[in-house]
Design a protein around this ligand. Sequence first.
Ligand code: FES
Ligand code: FES
Length: 202
Amino acid sequence: MQVHEMSKIKAMPATERGSGDEDFGAIVQVGRRSIAYTPSKEVRMRFTLNGNEADIPSAFAEDRLLWLLRDHFHLNGPKYGCGVGACGACVVHVDGEAQRSCLLMAGDVGGRRVVTLEHLGAGRDGGLHPVQKAWIDAGVPQCGYCQNGLIMTAAALLAANPDATARDISAAMDDVICRCGTHQRIRTAVVAAQTSIRRRSR
Ligand code: FES
Ligand code: FES
């Protein structure tokens, strides 16, 4: 198990905790959290992350997917905004659907396929998804904090519904909060990406 962001702050024999075996457990610090960690009882779960098989360390299995991605895998595309599913800054794709990683437990994605912003354009022309290209052309970002959620939401919408109407687009994109007020340019960019995707699929 990789524990590169963990520092052992307290360790005690498992026998002192009344478990009856001789293994040493520990309380480890992971980012802002303290987690009980017993190496001998580690259960390894696997999932597909950005096209590669990866382990979900047991120390993270009951933590939020957002922290597994950011603290363990150092994927900082998904952002922490509200932590309660309200803002959309943390959106990733799980089996192709836009999901808020601050609400999912890391253990919930065992056996599933997770894609973050870092991998969205993989294998595409210039390494950019059509949504990312349209974003650049329309000059959407201001401070940038919400942009992961907007781009991942738009990409999932157009993959699921290439014929999304203006109303569909507004409904999906208005669900992601942008405090800089870029939503007019967001709509322009999503429509441009939709046109590009349709052209390529002919
Ligand atoms: S941080 Fe996940 S929805 Fe706000
Ligand atoms: S670009 Fe600043 S919050 Fe959206």
